[in-house]
Design a protein around this ligand. Structure first.
Ligand SMILES: [Ca+2]
Ligand SMILES: [Ca+2]
Length: 70
């Protein structure tokens, strides 16, 4: 990737509505309908906020909990 292309890609990523690099469906690797700690580890920003986002404290992020972070 050329430097200019990389810069544009970074800007595009930063400007996208989602706070995280991947969306819920992508992060929910096993398709359980929730993001586990292990699945959240794929996204550094999400892993960092995981405990705050898990408002019911069940150790997984539901779609609703994930959406609050967007
Ligand atoms: Ca899952
Ligand atoms: Ca939860």
């Amino acid at each position: 990737m050329k430097p200019m292309t990389a810069t544009i890609a970074l800007i595009t990523l930063a400007a996208s509505s989602a706070a995280f690099a991947a969306d819920f469906t992508t992060l929910d690797v096993d398709g359980s309908g929730a993001i586990s700690v292990q699945e959240a580890a794929a996204d550094a920003a999400l892993a960092e906020q995981f405990e705050q986002l898990d408002s019911d404290g069940n150790g997984e992020l539901s779609q609703a909990e994930f959406d609050k972070a967007q």
